[in-house]
Design a protein around this ligand. Structure first.
Ligand SMILES: Nc1nc2c(c(=O)[nH]1)N=C([C@H](O)[C@H](O)COP(=O)(O)OP(=O)(O)OP(=O)(O)O)CN2
Length: 359
């Protein structure tokens, strides 16, 4: 039995003033953001009016709740509307019978936000970018990553904020902890930094963890984006890598009644994210080469990309071609070639789709 979550996201434009911030902190002034709210939950069978439309209904539910914050002064809704308080405000209102294990996220800028975990704990996050060169010295001869090259790397840091400390205090602690690392990493060659002689994404995520955890003991994970489509995450114990692929495909929901808009033939540019877990290869310093993930997955990719997905669903005897059904199929098929594949996300529009993982 696979573990399925449906996902939705919605944006809202709003102003706020964080009065707990001492002046002249810029957030103490009245300012505004294009916020993004995210909801992930398992929609129990029967929750959606029509099976296969869970994602659309989850999005409608999120948009309806979020609308109360749109084009508003958030201080009229909450005394101190920081990211964690807003996420909790949303979580209370998003509760709905039939939605199980709901998790809420709130992004205030593309570089900052808060995620509430399944237990309700708040994780404050910050995202940083550094431009750096590297080469992977242990790859087989001829591998493109053996050549000196570079990336606009991004590091996403999550820190638990459950110790009674204000979310803004945690955010400040992350900023202080990151500042010296930005100096060490930006416009540098990673191979020259002690501990990064073999700077794979996995090694870099664990190195960052070790550098940060003394100042941030509540660090919960470090995620390194090597490119926009691949990276690695380390949580102090486990590594996980991911590779994103884009599918341009058509669909028609077979279970939707004939008059339902989703019964029509239309299409999406889907984002497919493959997550693989496992130990590091002692020589290469990676779990599995991103390039090998793409190569081994290619036959399944070809069955999905530029295809009518409802026909694939029919051949595969799936209930329908909704994101959850397809992601489950992809996970099962993918594990034949990629034994370490442990989770598949399929988004039909940004942030809206399904995540399916092994139990
Ligand atoms: N598990 C890992 N695999 C690879 C790593 C790594 O750190 N961990 N690094 C590399 C190379 O550095 C390479 O530059 C990045 O990988 P690549 O697959 O080329 O990423 P792209 O997004 O550029 O791939 P597309 O071909 O555009 O899909 C290789 N593997």
């Amino acid at each position: 039995m696979l573990n399925i979550h449906h996902c939705a996201q919605a944006g809202f434009e709003a102003a706020r003033q964080l009065l707990g911030r001492p002046a002249p902190h810029p957030q103490a002034r009245l300012h505004g953001h294009s916020f993004v709210s995210r909801l992930r939950a398992h929609a129990a069978p029967g929750w959606a009016l029509c099976p296969g439309t869970e994602v659309e209904q989850l999005q409608q539910h999120l948009e309806a709740v979020t609308a109360a914050l749109d084009h508003r002064l958030l201080n009229d809704c909450l005394p101190e509307p920081d990211d964690a308080a807003l996420a909790r405000w949303l979580q209370q209102r998003l509760h709905h019978d039939g939605l199980q294990g709901a998790q809420v996220g709130l992004q205030s800028t593309p570089r900052s936000g808060c995620t509430l975990d399944a237990g309700g704990g708040a994780h404050i996050w910050r995202r940083y970018r550094f431009e750096a060169a590297h080469q992977l010295p242990r790859v087989p001869a001829g591998h493109k990553c053996g050549r000196m090259h570079g990336h606009g790397f991004e590091a996403l840091l999550h820190v638990r904020a459950d110790g009674g400390e204000a979310a803004t205090g945690v955010a400040d602690a992350i900023e202080r902890a990151w500042a010296p690392l930005q100096q060490r990493l930006h416009r540098q060659c990673l191979n020259d930094i002690p501990g990064l002689e073999n700077p794979t994404s996995e090694v870099l995520s664990a190195w960052l963890w070790q550098q940060l955890v003394p100042a941030l003991p509540a660090l919960s994970r470090v995620t390194v984006y090597e490119t926009a489509s691949c990276g690695a995450r380390y949580d102090g114990q486990r590594y996980r890598i991911w590779k994103d692929l884009t599918l341009d495909s058509a669909r028609r929901l077979r279970q939707a009644p004939a008059e339902h808009p989703l019964a029509a033939l239309y299409g999406h540019t889907y984002t497919l994210r493959l997550h693989l877990g496992g130990e590091l290869d002692a020589v290469q310093g990676w779990t599995l080469d991103f390039g090998d993930v793409k190569r081994l997955f290619d036959p399944i990719f070809k069955a999905l990309d530029h295809q009518p997905l409802h026909e694939l669903a029919e051949r595969a005897a799936l209930p329908d071609c909704d994101c959850a059904s397809l992601a489950g199929w992809i996970l099962q098929q993918g594990r034949r070639e990629l034994a370490a594949l442990e989770r598949v996300d399929l988004y039909q529009t940004p942030g809206c789709g399904a995540q399916v993982r092994l139990p």
